[in-house]
Design a protein around this ligand. Structure first.
Ligand code: NI
Length: 138
């Protein structure tokens, strides 16, 4: 079991009030858990800016499969990035719209560049990269 260290934090009263309000809205079980989550979020954000750190994430895209040549383009694109793409899942939302979740692993900058290119392919209606961590340093 990991050692837990207690430390005191001094904050302006107003800032603490705002924080407590946020904690209540987010249903966080305690200030400690909320602060741990904030620290982890900050560390993950930092990992994505480091050059040699391996990070993981997901790219979610929504597109109309009737758009001309789009399926071929998306397939081609994913084959060309098989060093980053670990897996993908496709679901058919309705008669036209598809949702795809692509799991990625690699260097933050490579993933961000790849996600930007993928999301900007003509016919992709919406796309979003979610950045997270391998969890090793958290
Ligand atoms: Ni589909």
């Amino acid at each position: 079991m990991e050692n837990i260290i207690r430390f005191a934090v001094s904050l302006p009263e107003k800032l603490l009030e705002s924080f407590d309000k946020l904690i209540a809205e987010k249903n966080s079980p305690s200030r400690s858990e909320a602060i741990r989550d904030l620290i982890r979020a900050h560390l993950v954000e930092q990992e994505w800016t480091e050059e040699n750190k391996e990070v993981v994430g997901t790219i979610t895209i929504v597109y109309d499969h009737d758009t001309r040549e789009l399926l071929d383009k998306l397939m081609d694109f994913q084959h060309h990035h098989n060093d980053i793409i670990v897996s993908s899942t496709h679901i058919h939302l309705d008669n036209h719209n598809c949702l795809e979740v692509i799991i990625v692993k690699g260097k933050g900058k490579d993933i961000k560049d790849m996600a930007d290119k993928l999301i900007s392919i003509r016919g992709v209606k919406h796309g979003k990269l979610t950045t997270t961590s391998t969890g090793k340093k958290l």
